[in-house]
Design a protein around this ligand. Structure first.
Ligand code: SF4
Length: 731
């Protein structure tokens, strides 16, 4: 019997509506849901290919216990594994305190509503402040900038693309990433519509990306965005283009900011960023003159040496031109569940409230940088991490420096247990791996992105297939471990832990249902007839419902969380970073710059084992400009050695004028050596190996791994005849 089941994707932020065709409990097809009013039928290859993860023979479908070296595991019954982990963790915490335990959460579980909730609950129940994650390879600098400018790490602004006339995208490639820190499955249509109504989309990037090709491209040297952004601000100020009425009403510190920018003239910055001064001046003037506009940047700018400064300066352009919380500008957004209030109440919207114990890096939204973990494990003393939970995380591959020290550190732990779909390069060092569900096997609500949608929508889904018998959801595993440790359950609220000890263990469904019912769109438990609940979403809106076609614009002072309800343009971290930028000297002995690159058929480090995305013969290619290839004696398809001060990778190159001279793009997520056969067999190199992982080389304000703008050299790789046969690839 074949049945179509409506659901939605939870691989990345658009949360596209899907229809899964199920036969005899197996998914036999996946397509975009045309009746979903939010995504209107759009879905990408990854959403379709996710069905293959469900049946992947390399997937972990029963608990595993380490029986030898890294990666050597045997199956073990659930009870035995849970009892042993609970007993050992209890003993470590009893003897050394709650801070002897740490948790690391990766990207995939964040797209479930229940997994991050119970992960935090487990950490709180055990009593540790050590929560690590992948934000320092992603958006931590964006969030830190929000905390500095707007007074809250949870206040995430988004580009009002459907109503803007001038969008500057910097370090963002939404035609491939499908948008980030903004949820809009129809982002290409939104950008096309700008051009169609006579507006402009300008893409600033070292590579002529898929997005840059479709609109206007301004090439920039890798890792130098801060100089370009500072020069744009300088032109707006020096040419009298600032919206002084807005600035006077909503900001403080304008004069100090203007003084700090005085030296960053287009002529001064052009040699650094390699954008002509005339182009910088024209872009600033045209952007300021547009009826409305927005600057939006993402991981490309975030993961640089001046990542937080980049975000501060992007926003400064929006602020100086009066585009904050304005139609077509940089807006606070709205979701039925006030995520910002939820994060603040849950103590999650922090910045610098906790510092990593050895490197002293600040938490961002409660999360510590991945690069801090190895030293926190290996350095003896108060709060040393002796037991670790990794959940859907692979920092050995994804962290800056390629997790160089982390593999050794993981082997020194007294206990490491993991919740994951696969044996990866990180949890192969664990003592236990607990198997978890795919998104097709669990209920959900898009809690994380509800406040990020450009057309605020809400939807709910049941599981469309049952998980394999040996597989459980993350929340079930963590709740059960907490119970066996005598903690009641994996709840942040002490009252819920007390109830659990009495035998009343609240499941996540009533928790999210209450949040939905009490939300701005909720049914208030029957008081509002047309309001939503989890059940009403399933029955009345099975394809989801768009709640607002446009983002509401509200008085800015009501949105800001700073004490004086103004934006501090003279904030000390911003001025201090501008001083550092002015003094920064580039190294001449590594003349080229490496940037990362996201591919359409790849999702960070975890989707390389799917044949549909990783067919035989697909190879990793570093993109190199012809001038740089010629200088290194390289031709198209040849293996090249790329060396930074601390790491070296060998990778085939594609010679292309899509790159700006001096910058090389290396796709990330390759170079596997875990328990996934196809991913291992695909070869390639881990581009993050090139990152400099010393404490001094981590971005200062958010602990970002510096993955873009890494100084490197490029050389021809000497090949033996056998290697030539094996490694030379035709592109
Ligand atoms: S764009 Fe993201 S959410 Fe949409 S189908 Fe692709 S992976 Fe899933």
């Amino acid at each position: 019997v074949s049945e179509d089941k409506v659901t939605f994707c939870r691989i990345c932020e658009p949360f596209c509506g899907l229809v899964a065709t199920v036969e005899d409990g197996r998914i036999v097809g996946v397509r975009g849901d045309r009746d979903n009013p939010f995504s209107q039928g759009f879905c990408c290859a990854k959403g379709v290919a996710m069905a293959d993860v469900v049946t992947d023979p390399d997937r972990v479908i029963e608990p595993l216990r380490r029986c030898g070296g890294p990666g050597e595991f045997v199956p073990v019954p659930w009870d035995e594994a849970l009892d042993d982990v609970a007993r050992r963790l209890r003993a470590i915490v009893d003897e050394q305190g709650g801070h002897a335990f740490g948790g690391f959460i990766g990207n995939p579980p964040y797209f479930s509503y229940s997994a991050p909730m119970f992960f935090q609950g487990f950490l709180d129940a055990v009593g540790t402040k050590w929560k690590y994650g992948v934000n320092a390879e992603d958006a931590a600098s964006r969030i830190a900038a929000n905390a500095i400018l707007y007074g809250s790490a949870a206040l995430l602004l988004k580009p009002d693309l459907w109503r803007t006339d001038f969008a500057i995208l910097i370090g963002a490639n939404p035609l491939v990433s499908h948008g980030s820190v903004v949820s809009e499955p129809r982002i290409r249509e939104a950008l096309d519509a700008i051009a169609a109504r006579g507006g402009r989309v300008v893409v600033i990037d070292p590579r002529r990306t898929e997005t840059a090709r479709r609109y206007e491209h301004v090439p920039v040297r890798g890792g130098t965005d801060a100089w370009l952004l500072a020069a744009l601000c300088n032109v707006i100020i020096e040419h009298g283009l600032a919206d002084r009425a807005f600035v006077d009403a909503h900001t403080t510190g304008y004069d100090a900011f203007a003084a700090a920018l005085a030296r960053f003239t287009p002529e001064h910055c052009a040699p650094r960023c390699r954008v002509p001064a005339t182009t910088i001046t024209a872009l600033a003037r045209e952007f300021a003159a547009a009826p409305n506009g927005v600057v939006y940047g993402r991981t490309g700018t975030c993961t640089q040496r001046f990542g937080t400064l980049n975000n501060l300066l992007q926003d400064a352009i929006n602020i100086l031109t009066g585009r904050i919380e304005r139609r077509g500008g940089w807006v606070v957004g709205w979701g039925p569940i006030d995520f910002e209030a939820y994060a603040e109440k849950s103590g999650l919207s922090t910045y610098g409230a906790v510092r990593s114990r050895v490197t002293g890096l600040p938490d961002v939204n409660g999360q510590l940088a991945s690069s801090a973990l190895a030293a926190d494990i290996t350095t003896p003393g108060e709060g040393q991490v002796r037991a670790l939970l990794t959940m859907g995380a692979n920092p050995v591959i994804s962290s800056g420096g390629g997790g160089r020290d982390l593999e050794d550190a993981l082997e020194q732990l007294e206990l490491h247990f993991s919740l994951d779909l696969y044996v990866n390069e990180t949890n192969k060092h664990a003592q236990y791996i607990f198997p978890v569900t795919t998104f097709f096997e669990r209920e959900d609500v898009p809690l994380l992105v509800m406040g990020n949608m450009l057309r605020p929508a809400v939807m709910a889904t049941e599981a469309v297939v049952a998980p394999p018998p040996g597989v459980r959801q993350e929340w079930e595993i963590l709740n059960e471990l907490a119970r066996r440790m005598g903690l009641g359950g994996a709840y942040s609220a002490p009252a819920l832990r007390r109830l659990a000890k009495l035998g009343l263990r609240v499941k996540p469904r009533p928790m999210i249902d209450a949040m939905l019912r009490l939300s701005d769109a909720g049914d208030r438990f029957g008081l509002r007839r047309n309001g939503i609940s989890f059940k009403k979403l399933l029955t009345r809106h099975p394809h989801g419902v768009v709640l607002q076609e446009e983002l509401p614009i509200r008085p800015l002072e009501t949105r800001l969380r700073t004490a004086d309800r103004r934006i501090p343009l003279g904030a000390a971290p911003l001025l201090e970073q501008l001083r550092r930028l002015a003094d920064f000297e580039e190294r001449g002995d590594f003349p080229l710059r490496v940037i990362g690159m996201r591919e359409l058929r790849s999702q960070n480090t975890w989707m390389h084992n799917v044949a549909r995305l990783m067919p035989d013969g697909r190879v990793q290619r570093a993109l190199v400009h012809p001038d740089d290839a010629t200088a290194a004696g390289l031709e198209d398809g040849r293996l090249a050695t790329i060396s930074s001060e601390t790491g070296t990778v060998t990778v085939a190159i594609e010679v292309t004028t899509d790159m700006t001279p001096g910058t090389i793009a290396v796709p990330h997520g390759w170079g596997h050596n875990g328990g996934w056969r196809r991913a291992n067999g695909a070869g390639g190199a881990n581009s993050n190996e090139l990152a400099l992982a010393r404490p001094a080389d981590v971005e200062a304000l958010a602990g970002m791994s510096i993955l873009n703008g890494i100084p490197v050299r490029l050389a021809r790789t000497p090949l033996t005849p056998e290697a030539r046969e094996r490694d030379t690839v035709s592109i």
